[in-house]
Ligand binder design. Structure first.
Ligand SMILES: NC(=O)c1ccc[n+]([C@@H]2O[C@H](COP(=O)([O-])OP(=O)(O)OC[C@H]3O[C@@H](n4cnc5c(N)ncnc54)[C@H](OP(=O)(O)O)[C@@H]3O)[C@@H](O)[C@H]2O)c1
Length: 324
C-alpha cells in the first residue's frame, strides 16, 4: 500500500489515503518513486472538470496531479508525466516523456518549472515564432507562469518586455526579473488604452502572450485597432483565461490591424513540438534554473495536508509544491 491524494467526485477535496501501488499496463509505463508534485491550475481544472481535457474520475477514486519529479529504479532523478495520477508515493509515468534533472536543481523547482515553461516557451516559440529583437507584452505576468514567461522572452532575445498585471509587488519583482516596463491593469480603461497606444506608436508590440483573457485582453486588442493605414504585425497568443473564457472583439478591430490571434495549450501542439519540449526546451530551462538564470519561487508542503492546501490562494507568483 502507499499514501496518495485521491479524488472521488469532481469538485470535491482530495483525500489523503492508503491505496494499492499502481501496476504498469503497457510497455511505455514505468513505476517510479515520486519526490515532488506542483499544484497547478491544470490539475485543479481537471479535478473540478473545468479544464477542457478533464476526464471523469474512475470508480473507486482517482489519484490527482499530472506530473512531477521522481526517481527511476536505476536511481536517476527525472521529471515525468503521470499515466493516471502523480500525487502519491509511487506512480506510473510514460518512459518516453522524461527529462533528467541537473544535480544542482531542487525537487521543488524541478516539479514547478515544466508547466510554466510549457505555458511560456511553447507559445513564444511555436505559436508566436518569436524573433530576437522583437517587443513582447505579457498580460497577467504576475503569476508563476507569467514570471517565467518574462524571463524566457528575454532569453529568446526580446528587445522590450512589457508586463501587465494587478499585483504591485509582483510587478516590481518583474522589473528585476527582466521586464522593461510594467502596466497596472487595476486603473481606468482610458489610462490603460492611452499607455498601450503610446507603446504601439513608439515601439510596436510584435508578440502578446496572454494569461488572463477577459477585459484586459479586450483592452489590449482594442489598443491595436488601426485607422486604415499600414499597421505592424502583432501575434496574440492566448495561454490562460484567469479572468474569463469569453471576450467581445469587433470585426473591425481584426480587419483594421495585421493581427494574428492564436492559442497555445494541450491539443494545439504538433508531435514534433512536443518532442522538442522534452529534448530541447525543458532540458535547457532546467539548466538555466540550476545556474540561477531562471528564477522561480516555490512553497513546499506535505502530502498529508493536501485537503487543506488544495484551494489555498498563493500570492505573488509562487507555486505550491507537494514534496513526498
Ligand atoms: N496553455 C498552457 O500551456 C498553460 C500552461 C501554464 C499555465 N496556463 C494557464 O495560464 C494561467 C496562469 O497560470 P499561472 O501558473 O501563472 O497561475 P498563477 O500563478 O495562479 O497566476 C495567476 C495569474 O492570474 C492573475 N489573476 C487572477 N485573477 C485575476 C483577476 N481577477 N484580475 C487580474 N489578474 C488576475 C494573477 O494576478 P495576481 O498576481 O494579481 O494574483 C496572476 O497573474 C492559468 O489560466 C493557467 O491555467 C496555461
Amino acid at each position: 500500500m502507499m499514501k496518495a491524494a485521491v479524488l472521488y467526485q469532481k469538485g470535491d477535496l482530495p483525500q489523503y489515503l492508503d491505496i494499492p501501488e499502481p501496476k504498469a499496463k503497457a510497455d511505455n509505463e514505468v513505476l517510479v518513486s515520486v519526490k515532488a508534485v506542483a499544484i497547478k491550475h491544470f490539475d485543479k481544472g481537471r479535478a473540478t472538470g473545468k479544464h477542457y481535457s478533464s476526464h471523469t474520475p474512475m470508480d473507486g477514486g482517482r489519484v490527482i496531479g499530472g506530473d512531477g519529479v521522481c526517481m527511476l529504479s536505476d536511481g536517476s532523478r527525472v521529471y515525468g508525466m503521470a499515466v493516471e495520477g502523480m500525487l502519491s508515493e509511487q506512480a506510473l509515468i510514460e518512459k518516453d516523456r522524461i527529462v533528467k534533472l541537473p544535480s544542482k536543481l531542487s525537487n521543488a523547482v524541478g516539479a514547478a518549472l515544466p508547466n510554466a515553461v510549457i505555458g511560456a516557451a511553447m507559445g513564444l516559440r511555436f505559436k508566436a515564432d518569436i524573433q530576437a529583437g522583437e517587443n513582447v507584452l505579457i498580460n497577467g505576468a504576475t503569476g508563476f507562469t507569467g514570471r517565467v514567461a518574462v524571463q524566457i522572452a528575454k532569453h529568446y532575445g526580446a528587445k522590450k518586455v512589457i508586463a501587465t498585471g494587478r499585483n504591485q509587488k509582483s510587478l516590481e519583482d518583474l522589473l528585476k526579473l527582466g521586464a522593461d516596463e510594467v502596466i497596472v491593469i487595476d486603473q481606468s480603461d482610458e489610462k490603460i488604452l492611452t499607455r498601450l497606444r503610446e507603446i504601439q506608436r513608439d515601439s510596436p508590440i510584435d508578440v502578446i502572450i496572454d494569461y488572463l483573457w477577459g477585459h484586459s485582453a479586450e483592452l489590449i486588442l482594442a489598443s491595436l485597432k488601426g485607422t486604415g493605414s499600414f499597421t505592424p504585425k502583432t501575434r496574440f497568443v492566448s495561454v490562460g483565461s484567469m479572468t474569463g473564457d469569453l471576450i467581445q472583439l469587433s470585426a473591425a478591430n481584426l480587419r483594421s490591424a495585421d493581427l494574428q490571434l492564436t492559442g497555445s495549450g494541450l491539443g494545439s501542439w504538433s508531435k514534433e513540438q512536443i518532442r522538442k519540449l522534452f529534448t530541447e526546451i525543458l532540458p535547457e530551462m532546467y539548466e538555466r534554473a540550476a545556474n540561477g538564470l531562471l528564477i522561480v519561487d516555490t512553497i513546499e508542503v506535505k502530502l498529508k495536508d493536501i485537503a487543506d492546501l488544495w484551494n489555498l490562494e498563493v500570492p505573488d507568483g509562487r507555486r505550491l509544491v507537494v514534496t513526498i
